[in-house]
Design a protein around this ligand. Structure first.
Ligand code: DON
Length: 564
């Protein structure tokens, strides 16, 4: 029956979102194509919006903007207009640049804002509710990216408005997620929000978001000011006043998106174009690639004890540096070039011992508990002209602060928790930090997101990225070495079991299907392991020698590829 409706929907209204009302979405996990652009994102409807925009004459920038707006509607756990993120891009003229639309600390924030009278950190406050929110950067970022786009912004927002107004059908995963977070939504919001209803959500239920549609229409009409000034800004500030929030009208009006130079380095003849500070991601990627190259990673087998040990030890050292040196480069001394220099890394890796685990206390000394729920989302787009766009955006945790701006219909982030709220107190991902990542007004909190584009002979070779908090740099790193060093196919690179080490805690995190023989072999050398269900959701596009595009959407979720 569903199929019949789908067919009718397709025949009679193929340009409307009617067929979005049934969850037998056309989820596509892998595509190979020539002379057409591709979009990979966390949700089929969002990838389809992007591909349609390519078809209408948009380039990769248009497509990524439209996909991001769509994700704010159909993937509300992470897609957003109330959060922030980073774009790493390469244009068809070979310009390489970064759009940094990371949230900033409100002007009323201060270094001790999450400490109680006895100096104890209260991470409930940095993770839940209004005080957890940084000044959102997403909408400003989308307008900055739009300078590189072909089509009018109004056209790029329209599909998201349609999806919010007419509704879309929840997948089973989303229905479960809404049910799981119901109590939080109720306790953290004074007014009712569309994610809460009296009976449990089930797959195929339609989610309609009228207030969000209205806000998107205001942005469509008034541009950037439709979010940062006037009605929407006033609603945000009103929401702050319902609790302990501190974002002001001036914070919103003064929010600055920053166009940056990417971090660029060579890896075995490939030009890696990636995210600089205020994300730690690019530095960690360079450090891990360079440290593992010192011990001949390419001679080892994928996920073998030898390869995993080498990678884990590189990850351990890189994450120890993250805690010590990294933060917003506008506030600290930027030590990137020192940290990724071969001379420094040679010294850093000198105590690597292939016969036993290096205790984390040899590179630091603080033990941390493990992280909680988390969500972010990544989009990879490559158009037929060779514009490559890699964007990772986030609310931080699942549904961010879980506070929805009343009458505006969007969630606020809980990105303030990415600061080091107190030296030695881990954030929700177990990451540590100190002075370099301490809170200060207008400062950007340190991130791990690492949207990346890799070029070969000045042409796109790879577009890659993933969500996953601190596991982001390690997943992107593993995907890259799977392709370049282990010569795997694209599907294996995305879907092979991933593993992760972040200096502290001491254990290696592995996906449930990680090979047991490797675990057993490494336990004998002193490593400990913790199984987790899933690490990251990688969206990868790889370009062949003959110019075909191979796109893979991660098998760990509803992620999907769409072709122009
Ligand atoms: O910027 C960061 O590193 C984090 N806020 C990202 C959070 C994240 O990836 C959660 N996703 N699964």
């Amino acid at each position: 029956m569903k199929k019949l409706f789908l067919l009718i929907g397709f025949l009679f209204c193929s340009t409307s979102v009617l067929f979005a009302q049934y969850t037998d979405y056309n989820t596509v996990k892998e595509v190979s194509v020539k002379n057409k652009g591709v979009v990979v994102s966390a949700f089929p409807l969002a990838s389809e919006v992007g591909a349609k925009i390519l078809h209408q004459g948009g380039n990769a920038f248009d497509a990524s903007i439209a996909t991001q707006y769509a994700l704010a509607v159909v993937y509300p756990q992470a897609g957003n207009i109330g959060g922030g993120g980073f774009m790493v891009a390469r244009t068809d003229k070979n310009k390489k640049f970064v759009v940094d639309f990371r949230e900033t600390a409100p002007s009323k924030s201060d270094i001790d804002m999450y400490l109680d009278a006895d100096g104890h950190a209260d991470t409930e406050l940095s993770q839940y509710g209004r005080l957890a929110a940084g000044v959102p950067g997403a909408v400003a970022g989308l307008f900055e990216m739009h300078q590189y786009a072909n089509l009018p912004m109004a056209q790029l927002i329209q599909p998201a408005i349609d999806l919010a107004e007419k509704g879309y059908a929840l997948t089973q995963d989303q229905a479960d997620l809404f049910n799981r977070y119901k109590d939080n939504f109720v306790s953290l919001n004074e007014n009712s929000i569309p994610f809460v209803k009296s009976t449990p959500w089930k797959a195929d239920d339609i989610l309609i978001q009228k207030d969000l549609a209205q806000t998107l229409k205001i942005i469509q009409k008034k541009g950037r000011k439709g979010f940062y000034e006037g009605h929407t800004a006033e609603l945000i500030v009103k929401e702050m006043k319902r609790g302990n929030g501190i974002i002001s009208l001036a914070d919103l009006k003064n929010y600055k998106v920053i166009e940056r130079e990417p971090l660029i380095f060579d890896y075995k003849g490939n030009e890696v174009v990636t995210m600089p500070l205020p994300s730690s991601g690019g530095i960690l990627l360079a450090q891990m690639l360079r440290m593992t190259a010192m011990d001949g990673l390419e001679d080892k087998q994928l996920n073998s004890p030898e390869a995993v040990q080498l990678i884990v030890e590189a990850e351990r050292r890189a994450f120890a540096d993250r805690a010590e040196y990294m933060g917003d480069p506008d506030f600290i001394k930027d030590q990137t070039q020192m940290l990724i220099s071969k001379a420094y890394l040679k010294k850093r890796f000198a105590n690597y011992n292939p016969h036993k685990a290096t205790p984390s206390s040899d590179v630091g000394d603080i033990i941390t508990p493990q992280s909680e729920a988390k969500e972010t989302t990544h989009i990879s787009v490559l158009d037929k002209e060779g514009n490559a766009v890699s964007v990772t955006t986030t609310l931080n945790g699942n549904f961010g602060s879980m506070v929805m701006v009343s009458d505006a219909g969007f969630l606020l982030n809980n990105e303030m928790d990415d600061f080091s709220v107190k030296p030695g107190v881990p954030n929700m991902f177990g990451a540590l930090g100190g002075k370099a990542n301490a809170i200060a007004p207008q400062k950007r909190m340190l991130s791990s997101m690492v949207p990346t584009v890799i070029l070969k002979d000045n042409k796109p070779f790879m577009v890659v990225g993933t969500p996953g908090g601190t596991t982001i740099p390690t997943s992107v790193f593993q995907t890259i070495v799977d392709i370049i060093d282990f010569d795997t196919d694209v599907n294996t690179a995305v879907n092979a079991p991933k593993f992760h080490h972040q200096w502290l805690p001491e254990h290696v995190m592995v996906e449930a299907d990680f090979p047991n023989y490797t675990i057993k072999a490494l336990e004998k050398k002193g490593y400990t392991f913790k199984k987790v269900s899933k690490i990251g959701r990688t969206e990868l596009i790889l370009v062949d020698k003959d110019g075909s595009y191979h796109a893979v959407a991660d098998g760990r979720g509803d992620d999907s590829v769409s072709v122009e």
